[in-house]
Design a protein around this ligand. Structure first.
Ligand code: NAP
Length: 418
């Protein structure tokens, strides 16, 4: 296929970015691939003052895009329910689908892939995870001969930016405001700071690496809202940095899926990726550990991934190889996983406070690797400790005890990622 006729649904940030990049880089795309991508129609319920679509046909109802003579639909409306309806309708009409929408695939991926397989059309989604930074095709194609044992990374630019700034001394509230002013965080930042966006992305990566279902059946999701800037100082003192990590890890017949803050060694690759960049580590048997980092959002970065999917469609003539995994893998509950833990505990400043905190851990058969008592202020004594490695279900017993004691003013705990 040398010519691909497409319809774009949605006319926001990403769609207009795709339009502009296809106009500006058309020659370079043709020179490198021999392919022509023609935008035949755009589904836009209103004009976008930031982009003039020229003489491309505009449909005010996005579903009318599907009635045009196009090979593929690029779904860029975001959200879940209407996007699902649109994608399923496109499949029914025999159109290939390219989407940047992680949320719809996370919640309805299995249904969408099944329908696409039946209709013999492709579903491509390179830009749904870390925009155009190549990950999906790397895992699906370049690493297809590898046994991948772990995929872990900072998959949300907003949280990585916020944590990097907090490490430099800003508070959570200050840095959230900066992220919103810079346009990194949405006016409603819940999706980013509560860990859902990163969870959606690792859910998609796990589905292509391990065949885990979409939606997944067991996923631990936690955000960064409880982390305080003082935690960075204590983490640093102990040789760690704090990151928000999304992880898919396979051992034997189990998969763990989790998206939560962690302490990582401060000299590690992931600890040193600062700011809005996304970064990922893939553990493979043939190539060892691979690192990939790049821009995780933005018009141009996302257009890069979308165009790579469109070119892939042309090169494969739309023939898509659907993965075929056995369904024997079990997604394990986080209570059954083991970690080392960082604890920050504020106790009433009484004689023997450190000993009494240590005894809470000892009573629950949890041994402590490091314990430090800080200077008391206002009658409160901060104690920082790192445990040895224990199952989460055991550590939960310590948490229950800390919750029940009047002498404990507050506490926080963060898992430590090996
Ligand atoms: N922004 C990024 O950097 C980035 C990176 C990677 C992936 N993505 C993904 O790309 C997709 C699009 O993101 P975006 O940033 O372009 O969002 P956006 O700027 O909000 O644009 C969404 C567009 O879809 C339209 N739309 C939404 N619901 C619609 C409906 N029911 N019917 C018709 N039109 C509808 C909106 O129209 P109105 O303007 O009329 O509401 C708008 O034109 C999302 O799935 C997002 O997760 C974004």
């Amino acid at each position: 296929m040398e010519n691909l006729n497409i319809g774009i649904c949605g006319w926001g940030n990403v769609a207009t970015g795709l339009f502009k990049v296809l106009e500006e880089n058309n020659t370079i795309i043709h020179q490198k691939t021999g392919c022509n991508i023609n935008i035949k129609v755009i589904g836009a319920r209103r004009n976008n003052p930031k982009c003039d679509p020229g003489d491309v046909i505009i449909e005010r109802d996005i579903f009318d895009v599907l009635d045009h003579d196009i090979d593929a639909v690029v779904e860029l409306i975001g959200g879940v329910d209407t996007a699902r309806e649109l994608i399923l309708a496109a499949i029914k009409k025999g159109k290939h689908v390219v989407t940047a929408n992680k949320a719809v695939l996370f919640h309805h991926g299995d249904e969408i892939f099944l329908e696409a397989k039946k209709a013999n059309v492709s579903i491509l989604f390179e830009s749904a995870v870390c925009a155009g930074t190549p990950l999906i095709k790397v895992i699906q194609e370049e690493l297809s001969a590898n046994n991948i044992t772990k995929i872990a990374g900072m998959l949300n630019g907003t949280t990585n930016f916020m944590l990097s700034e907090m490490e430099e001394g800003s508070s959570f509230e200050e840095v959230l405001k900066i992220a919103q002013d810079k346009g990194y965080a949405e006016p409603d930042p819940k999706f980013d700071i509560e860990g859902y966006d990163a969870a959606h992305k690792i859910g998609l990566l796990s589905s292509i690496a391990y065949g885990t279902p979409l939606p997944p059946d067991n996923f631990h999701i936690e955000g960064i809202i409880n982390i305080k800037k003082i935690d960075f100082d204590y983490a640093k003192e102990l040789g760690f940095s704090i990151k928000h990590l999304a992880v898919a890890k396979k051992d034997d017949l189990n998969i763990q899926l989790r998206s939560h803050p962690v302490l990582v060694k401060d000299n590690s690759y992931l600890a040193n990726l600062k700011g809005v960049r996304n970064g990922i580590e893939i553990d493979t048997d043939l190539l060892g550990v691979i690192h990939i980092a790049g821009s995780g959002a933005g018009q141009e970065a996302t257009a890069s991934g979308l165009i790579s999917d469109l070119i892939n469609l042309m090169k494969t003539n739309g023939v898509f190889s659907f993965p075929d995994f056995p369904d024997s893998l079990n997604t394990i509950d986080i209570a059954e996983l083991s970690f080392k833990y960082y604890f920050y505990i504020e106790a009433m400043d009484e004689p023997g406070v450190m000993a009494s905190i240590a005894s809470i851990f000892a009573e629950n058969n949890i041994s402590i690797e490091t314990i430090i008592q800080k200077e008391s202020t206002d009658g409160v004594s901060p104690v920082i400790l790192i445990t040895n490695r224990y199952f989460e279900k055991n550590v939960n017993k310590v948490i229950k005890t800390l919750d029940s004691l009047a002498s404990i003013k507050t506490y926080r705990t963060i898992r430590i990622e090996d």
